[in-house]
Design a binder for this molecule. Structure first.
Ligand SMILES: Nc1nc2c(c(=O)[nH]1)N[C@H]1C(S)=C(S)[C@@H](COP(=O)(O)OP(=O)(O)OC[C@H]3O[C@@H](n4cnc5c(=O)[nH]c(N)nc54)[C@H](O)[C@@H]3O)O[C@H]1N2
Ligand SMILES: Nc1nc2c(c(=O)[nH]1)N[C@H]1C(S)=C(S)[C@@H](COP(=O)(O)OP(=O)(O)OC[C@H]3O[C@@H](n4cnc5c(=O)[nH]c(N)nc54)[C@H](O)[C@@H]3O)O[C@H]1N2
Ligand code: SF4
Ligand SMILES: [Mo]
Length: 880
């Protein structure tokens, strides 16, 4: 069990990346240097662009450093008293279900455990839900239906060993980049390995795919039903496995046979090719993510996939199995501690009276919740209707990330007493609440996370806690103590919390559950500090980890798995004119609501503004031009985004990124449009399947601004991004300002700078440069009646230089200063134009491009884009 500690690698701390569920090991230096940990079994030294840029996001700019009550700095004691008083009063006057926590898969296990214990065992309600409801709930529900408990059967090694990897609703290249690279390496080592990518869009992940199936939105259940029917028809069923270990086979096959494969949106040839590959390849891993989970039929999709693996007995053996990859760093840990409103810790069930009694006994708690709490969407509805009197939101930004976000913001504002714990002073959610509490962030806090393959790793601190920031678990304990439960929350350290949680986990085994880490239940502080990454189960005297279910051993009462009879939904095909299916998801270099990645210039330059990816024929029909603006609207709200015209999306569909907030692009908040429709089984919102109308935005002027100053600007369209020299913004509006120069001064606050203005009345083009007393350019502004054609990266590079204003306002680089173009490789800041020149000079492979420009030679996250560039498929956002 002993591992490396921070002490035995002087100055270097072994920790874990705080972003995605791959859970990469990171070596962090005190000076902010970040490297992949070669000894960590999740990444063996690799990191992606976000992991590599961690050093740029740990500065204190924008951090919340003190408790704030109604906008005023406050001390901890009085603030904690206030919170304890308000929660106690609400419970006394309105009962336990009048209070709620909304927490996050980015909490550490220790934080998460304490929050659950406090709400479920002491406050006496199960009103604690988590952003994992928006992320993993359908997988959890699907696992429980099939296996009897929420088990991920396989390991990452299965990806190395599979002969076929099927990616369903997963943009692995951008969202789990180190796993993607692992797949690339496996394929290089064994060229016979095949990859299928099932996604309505042609994403960067297609770069590795032998077959891309552009499925209709929510066509997955029909496709996997078709596969199951074919498995049966072709005699590929593992009859021994079924008869020994599986119930529900006949009903599942019957439902599959009754299902129309055309509902998948694929033709017979495509379906056949897929069935040939899947059925003909015993070693198959089906990896799935949000294209499966975030759907009104997400749980059914999960079970349609698992059905095929159960029918063929391809589960729990090397290179075989269904594999739901987790999104957040501790999405899995949250499921283990019972983070969802309908679960108890250690994979026990709220509905089961014996489980409830056992948990109460283990905690020696005064009470235990008696029924499931409100799931995220319902929880915020209860906030809106006045049922919730006190709400505490921890480590998540629901005013951005929940569907129908406008109403969610109003619902939060409607709760009489609201608290947010965050690391940042300003977030869209934090701006709405009574009390802000400063948490220690990554690099400062200590605890554990569990990754997609059930591997528990330590996050270790290497920085001092800034200001008055405290660990999340500690803040929760301090409130619990003030509510009268000091003894039960008297933990002295994160290790202390972990010990209790791990020791009690044999409860799971007692009730015949999978989750058990009791082997870690008596770690000393030093052993906890030294804990090496370990996969559960971890029982005393047994080798930890491994796979589940090769020999059956499921967790339903009879020990058998269940195949489900799945009915595929009719594909959504909006009938009304100009109405589109709204698909949403992630970009390579941003993390969710950008509170951290938005601080990094490198990460902000890959895609610097929110966009709507739309098919060329749809764009033509709407009168949209590339780099123009498009307005999307639904009955919930509107959004204005840059049009990215691309045949990578199907006709009738629009893809938008989920990341932009009121702080970066007020008109780009996509969840203001998204309906709060949920999967009926899991309660997970269907954030991939909205319906919107689209129209050209009809701006009268467009502008680009690069400056060293902060940008404060209210216009119909504004999208700000960090640059290496300050900030940049894309701006657009209707009525042009009367005085462009004054307008620019108002936006930047650069009152004292001297201005050079070039205005061409005939073309309507306006250019303004602001120069400071030292003769350095501090702002460059380009406005035009059409989307502005200016070399953006070049303009940004002129800020802070002594370039003569007239020269800078040419907006086009001279031969002596080539324009690198939009960033493709964020590690080495290599722009698209640099890459195009390298291609023109003969670089004809990704490796050759790397040798010439360094692009792709560090984290490798941009390799799919380099490959696309080589075949002339570069995505373009805004005019370059
Ligand atoms: N860069 C980056 N990486 C991240 C994150 C991030 O914010 N940024 N967040 C992390 C988190 S929390 C999560 S949950 C994961 C998510 O990781 P992914 O699930 O891989 O990412 P998404 O972009 O949300 O969606 C994946 C794909 O689903 C497709 N899709 C939409 N509808 C359907 C459908 O009906 N069927 C199928 N088969 N596909 C469909 C979309 O076109 C999209 O390409 O990423 C993690 N990694
Ligand atoms: N339309 C659409 N909506 C989606 C999705 C989608 O694909 N499409 N995906 C959904 C999914 S899968 C997810 S996971 C969610 C994510 O959505 P959110 O959870 O709302 O997004 P984050 O930006 O990760 O929010 C984390 C917050 O915690 C803060 N924070 C960081 N570290 C700490 C810490 O140590 N302690 C505390 N207390 N705070 C901290 C950050 O500053 C930030 O404000 O979005 C969901 N929403
Ligand atoms: S793949 Fe990237 S974001 Fe995910 S854990 Fe690894 S370094 Fe972090
Ligand atoms: Mo997620």
């Amino acid at each position: 069990m002993a591992g490396k500690t921070s002490q035995n690698r002087a100055e270097i701390t072994c920790t874990t990346c705080p972003y995605c569920g791959v859970g990469c090991g990171v070596l962090a230096g005190q000076d902010g240097t970040i490297k992949g940990d070669p000894d960590h079994p999740a990444n063996f030294g690799r990191l992606c662009s976000k992991g590599s840029a961690l050093g740029e996001t740990i500065d204190l700019e924008g951090r919340l450093l003190h408790p704030m009550v109604h906008g005023k700095q406050a001390d901890w004691d009085s603030t904690l008293d206030l919170i304890a008083g308000q929660f106690s009063r609400a419970i006394r006057d309105h009962g336990p279900d009048s209070v709620a926590f909304y927490v996050s898969g980015q909490l550490l296990t220790e934080d998460y455990y304490v929050a659950n214990k406090l709400m479920k065992g002491y406050m006496g309600s199960a009103n604690i839900d988590t952003n994992s409801r928006l992320c993993m709930a359908s997988s959890v529900a699907g696992h429980k239906r099939a296996f009897g408990t929420d088990t991920v059967p396989g390991t990452y090694e299965d990806l190395d060993e599979a002969d076929l990897v099927v990616l369903v609703g997963s943009n692995l290249a951008w969202c789990h980049p180190v796993l993607y690279q692992r797949l690339v390496a496996a394929k290089q080592a064994r060229p016979d390995m095949r990859v299928v990518n099932i996604d309505p869009r042609r994403t960067a992940t297609c770069d590795i795919a032998d077959l891309h199936l552009p499925i209709a939105p929510d066509g997955d259940a029909a496709l996997f039903n078709a596969l199951l029917a074919e498995i049966s028809r072709r005699g590929a069923v593992d009859k021994d496995y079924i008869s020994a270990h599986v119930n529900g086979f006949d009903a599942a096959i019957e439902a599959a046979q009754a299902c129309d494969p055309a509902l998948s949106g694929l033709n017979a040839e495509q379906i056949n090719a897929f069935c040939d590959m899947w059925i003909g390849t015993p070693k198959v891993v089906t990896v799935y993510s949000q294209g499966v989970n975030q759907s009104i039929c997400g749980t059914d999709k999960v079970n349609a996939i698992i059905n095929c693996h159960l029918a063929t007995g391809r589960i729990g053996r090397a290179g075989m199995g269904p594999f739901s990859v987790t999104g957040q760093p501790n999405a899995m840990g949250g499921r283990e501690v019972g983070g969802l409103a309908n679960m108890l810790g250690w994979h026990l069930d709220i509905e089961n009276a014996d489980h409830r009694a056992a948990v109460q006994e283990a905690w020696d708690s005064p009470t235990i919740c008696t029924h499931a709490g409100l799931k995220a969407v319902d929880l915020f509805e209860a906030c809106a209707s006045g049922k919730i009197k006190a709400l505490w939101i921890i480590s998540t930004n629901p005013a951005v990330s929940l569907p129908d976000a406008g109403n969610v913001a109003e619902a939060i504002a409607n709760v009489p007493f609201t608290v947010v714990t965050d690391i940042m002073a300003r977030t869209d959610t934090g701006d709405l609440v009574d009390v802000l509490l400063p948490a220690t962030g990554w690099g400062e806090k200590s605890g554990t996370v569990t990754n997609s393959e059930r591997r528990i790793s330590r996050q270790r601190p290497f920085l001092e806690a800034p200001g008055a920031a405290r660990p999340d678990w500690k803040i929760l304990c301090d409130v619990a103590a003030r509510m009268g439960w000091a003894d039960a929350f008297d933990y002295q350290s994160a290790a202390d919390v972990f010990r209790e949680y791990a020791a009690l986990s044999n409860l799971g085994t007692r009730f015949g559950r999978d989750f058990d880490i009791s082997g870690l239940g008596d770690l000393t502080e030093a052993e906890y500090d030294a804990l090496a990454p370990v996969q559960w189960p971890v029982r005393k005297g047994e080798t930890p980890g491994g796979r589940f279910f090769a020999e059956g051993g499921f967790y339903h009462a009879d020990g058998r798995a269940k195949m489900l009879a799945i009915t595929a939904p009719q594909c959504v095909s909006p009938e009304a004119e100009n109405t589109f299916v709204l698909n949403s998801g992630r970009v390579r270099d941003h993390w969710h609501t950008m509170t951290r990645t938005g601080k990094s210039a490198r990460l902000s330059q890959h895609l610097a503004e929110p966009f709507a990816e739309i098919h060329p024929e749809d764009a033509f029909a709407l009168g949209l031009r590339d780099a123009g603006l498009v307005k999307l609207s639904s009955r919930y709200g509107t959004a204005t985004l840059r049009a990215l015209i691309s045949s990578k999306v199907a006709r009738g569909e629009i893809f938008v990124p989920m990341h932009w907030t009121a702080q970066f692009a007020p008109s780009g908040r996509i969840n203001t449009l998204m309906a709060p429709a949920v999967d009926p089984v899991s309660g997970q919102p269907a954030t991939k399947g909205g319906a919107v109308k689209a129209e050209a935005f009809g701006a009268r002027w467009y502008a680009f601004l690069a400056t060293s100053a902060a940008i404060e600007c209210k216009r119909p369209y504004v999208a700000k991004a960090r640059t290496t020299t300050g900030w940049q913004a894309e701006i657009a509006g209707f009525k042009p300002p009367e005085d462009w120069e004054q307008d620019l001064r108002d936006i930047t606050g650069l009152d004292a700078a001297s201005a050079t203005v070039i205005e061409d009345a005939a073309s309507g083009i306006v250019r303004v440069a602001l120069t400071d007393v030292a003769g350095e350019i501090v702002a460059l502004f380009f406005a035009a009646p059409d989307p502005v054609a200016v070399a953006r990266a070049f303009a940004v590079s002129l800020i802070g230089t002594q370039t003569p204003a007239f020269e800078a306002l040419a907006g086009r680089p001279g031969a002596d200063r080539p324009d690198p173009g939009a960033v493709v490789c964020s590690c080495f800041n290599v722009g698209v134009n640099t890459l195009k020149s390298a291609i023109a000079e003969g670089a004809d492979t990704v490796d050759a491009l790397g040798a010439k420009t360094c692009a792709g030679t560090n984290c490798g996250s941009c390799k799919p884009e380099l490959a696309a560039l080589l075949t002339n498929h570069l995505p373009k956002v805004a005019a370059e």
